[in-house]
Design a protein. Structure first.
Length: 599
């Protein structure tokens, strides 16, 4: 009775902790939604916005020049249209059709679209994960999907990472019935209903990001190998789904090959080395503490705990399936980078990171939940009493008498102890391992909670800092810039300036259109990709060109980046007598600029 009471109290405490984790996760989601209402974006996000503003047919043509498939941009486009329509119906100012193509609202809509997949994963946490593993694991899962290292940063970023993480994590969740060790519960035959979510999530991931396609392939490969070894009856439906995915991807294969040629000839990613493996661990597990030594120590501790979970559950096939997306991404990234050219950077692991933490939680809780007494019961029940029974039954107890008479009962003692002591020792050693697993699970859970809260808090502070500084930028943009020219010395700032100073509208400037506020890049060249997508940026490289713009009677502003801005305005003064007035410093998302009025 006492043991049952303790179990009941433990379950109650576990459920309470789980509810608290759900509440923390919900609060994080709500705050992420609040952070969406700021128009700050950086260079990569600008391309997402520009693609999403286009009609879908035109968007697909443009993404053929990008290094990602088109699905994410279609998703953002649909959300922009849907939110704009809803806003128009409820009477929100600026939500009418025109606000879907200019102003800050498209950015807000696109950021909200990045929060949606995290909301869906939260729903998975309170339904499927809770049902399988309990409220505490469900709560930890929900929190981890939002706030483990690096993951919060992509919750409001206008890029595809939160979506591909959702697709891959959901794929792994729905793959669980196909990794069933219990033969009576194994999938047999063409169970299309069970395979359909895997097929859909896998196909969506493939059309969202190429490294996500690698993750999908890794999961299918694992399912095929496991089926051949453990359950051949489900192999047919897995092969059908895998091949159907390939068939559905054929329309985009030509684009993939074309983009591969472009990447092989011109790409910005740095070469990999053995140190990159350390960088991978830091990226996955280093928390957002300002104290670098503390953060490094905690990352090492987290890695050690994850390694312990893996080593203690080496035969847990479902845990390994959840690891396969990340393993596949890293293996493919390194192989391709060494055989072709560097095409792997740490953020490309994001698609597999949700499944990684799901696998860690599954491995940890599975190890703890295994029955501790099974081996002892087996040792007491199987063959342990046979020697004694034999000694009692054979020859009217002769063996028992003999064992009692000879050597003061040594043979009886031997018959009682042999085979039992070894089994009991084995039981206690396994119990010691179980105890270590339980303490490891508690420490792992505590660290994940600390990491999640700390990382989200750091993300919160960074986003609020950018938000406050963006308010100053909005004040700058509220001025009248008719008959104004902008000069920049950094290509990313030049692209963003073209967007912000032209009413945050579509700036792809096709069919010979000219921007109302022209932007020039000084002393640098725009890359071929920028020229293809945003061709409206002019290039000048001499102080005389700047003097010519001033003499044209236009107002000329220089948005200077880096320390070189002071050298540039000094050169203009010395060679062309161009005066300047520094009107202030501004943080444009992540780019510090000084604004100089030239005359």
């Amino acid at each position: 009775m006492r043991k049952e009471d303790n179990k009941g109290k433990f379950r109650t405490a576990e459920n309470i902790c789980g509810v608290l984790m759900y509440l923390i996760s919900a609060a994080m989601l709500i705050f992420s939604g609040y952070l969406c209402f700021s128009p700050d974006i950086w260079y990569d996000e600008l391309f997402s916005i520009q693609f999403a503003l286009k009609p879908i047919s035109e968007m697909v043509k443009l993404t053929a020049a990008d290094v990602h498939p088109p699905l994410y941009y279609i998703i953002v486009h649909v959300f922009m249209r849907a939110f704009s329509t809803i806003g128009n119906l409820v009477g929100i100012d600026g939500a009418a059709a025109g606000a879907c193509t200019s102003g800050p609202l498209p950015v807000v809509y696109a950021k909200v679209a990045s929060v949606i997949p995290l909301l869906i994963l939260f729903i998975y946490g309170i339904t499927v994960i809770r049902k399988c593993y309990g409220a505490f694991i469900g709560g930890l899962f929900s929190c981890a999907m939002i706030a483990m290292p690096q993951m919060a940063d992509y919750s409001v970023e206008v890029r595809m990472y939160s979506w591909v993480m959702f697709f891959i994590t959901a794929l792994c969740i729905h793959a669980k019935p196909f990794i069933q060790p219990d033969k009576e519960k194994q999938v047999k035959g063409l169970r299309f209903g069970k395979m359909f979510p895997i097929f859909i999530y896998g196909l969506l991931a493939c059309y969202t990001q190429y490294y996500a396609a690698v993750a999908v392939a890794a999961v299918y490969l694992f399912l095929i190998v496991w089926s051949v070894r453990k359950n051949i009856y489900q192999l047919g439906i897995i092969l059908i789904s895998a091949n159907l995915t390939v068939v559905c991807y054929i329309p985009w294969i030509g684009v993939v090959l074309s983009q591969a040629k472009s990447v092989s000839s011109n790409y910005w990613i740095q070469p990999l080395s053995l140190r990159s493996f350390g960088g991978i661990i830091k990226y996955l597990m280093k928390p957002g503490f300002f104290n670098e030594k503390l953060a490094t120590v905690l990352a090492v501790l987290m890695f050690a705990l994850v390694a312990f979970v893996v080593l203690a559950n080496l035969r847990d096939a479902y845990m390994w399936l959840c690891f396969m997306p990340l393993i596949g991404i890293i293996a493919f990234g390194f192989a391709a980078s060494y055989l072709l050219r560097p095409i792997f950077t740490y953020r490309y692991m994001i698609p597999g990171m949700g499944a990684l933490w799901l696998g860690v939680l599954v491995g940890a809780v599975t190890g703890v939940n295994k029955k501790n007494g099974e081996n002892l019961k087996k040792s007491l029940s199987e063959n342990n009493g046979e020697n004694l029974k034999k000694s009692l039954n054979e020859n009217n107890g002769e063996n028992l008498k003999k064992s009692l008479a000879e050597n003061d009962g040594e043979n009886l003692k031997k018959s009682l102890s042999e085979n039992n002591i070894g089994n009991i020792n084995k039981f206690f050693s396994e119990r010691l391992v179980k105890g270590a697993q339980a303490w490891g699970f508690l420490l792992l859970s505590a660290l994940m909670i600390v990491f999640g809260i700390r990382d989200f808090w750091a993300f919160r502070g960074n986003e609020l800092y950018k938000r406050v500084n963006m308010e100053k930028v909005v004040e700058l943009l509220s001025d009248d810039y008719e008959n104004t020219v902008i000069i920049c010395n950094f290509d990313q700032v030049s692209a963003l300036s073209l967007y912000y100073f032209n009413e945050m509208s579509d700036i792809t400037l096709e069919n010979g259109k000219a921007a109302q506020v022209p932007v020039y890049l000084y002393g640098a060249m725009t890359d071929a990709y920028l020229e293809t997508i945003i061709p409206g940026i002019g290039v000048i490289d001499k102080p005389a060109d700047v003097r010519q713009l001033i003499n044209s009677g236009k107002r000329v502003l220089f948005l200077g980046s880096f320390n070189s801005r002071e050298d540039i305005v000094r050169e203009w003064k010395e060679t062309e007598g161009i005066d300047n007035e520094n009107t202030g410093s501004y943080l444009l998302e992540r780019y510090w600029i000084d604004v100089f009025e030239l005359s």
